[in-house]
Write a protein that binds this ligand. Sequence first.
Ligand code: SIN
Ligand code: MN
Length: 262
Amino acid sequence: MLKKKQIEFYHSNGYLVLETIFSEEEIIELNSKLKNFKNHTLQPNVICEDNGDIRSIFAPETQEPLFGNLIRDKRVLTASEELLNNSLYLYQYKLNLKEAFAGKFWEWHQDYPYWHYGDGVKSPDMISVMVLLDDVKSYQGPLLVIPKSHKAGIVDFQHKAHLENKKDNLLNSLNSDLKYTISNKLVKESALLSSIVSLEGKRGTVVFFHPNIFHASNTNVSPFTRSTAILTYNSINNVPEKKSSRPDYICYRDSNPLQATI
Ligand code: SIN
Ligand code: MN
């Protein structure tokens, strides 16, 4: 159970870190499954960089059931329910991998615009939970967040002329040329006001973050991988009314409330 102070920190800052709440053994076992995805790079739920490295794996639990255990794990689910004060269902689940020497950056963005405009989600009553599957230091491209930026709602996007007349492309919410990025001006103003927090940590550490928080991460030029699992939950009273045109592995349809297991 979270402490009142932790819940207040989340609401005030838009993120919360719980250090090493998963054991080394648990994380080593999950991490050992990552190599099994390397034979599946042609599947649509596996997003690769230009050099063939895996960037993201959506719905990893459908291929590696061990990842399914995180969905109802109370360290993830019950904490998320406490932070949102609601019953939740799983909205999206992905592994974001950054290979050594090459794993590419994520531009400054908010997640909620993709879910609001892309899938028709009405309100940001959602939460994402990043589980570190590797020790993550500054040089591996940790998640960067701007505290308190989640309070701004959906903000001005950076104008990207080269994407303007392009047909809506699913990859522009998944690759390193994102469709909805935050204007540079606003990122600078917000960072001057609240600074930027680099979420480094030991494997087994968990980061909860708000769907509207400004976040980004750098390319991993280090010789070490930066593997993470990111689960996104939605409140059960916030289910999109219309069926999203995006694939099931991006926007889950089963909105039955989850029950925590352990
Ligand atoms: C990252 O993997 O560093 C970025 C994750 C995200 O934008 O959701
Ligand atoms: Mn994001």
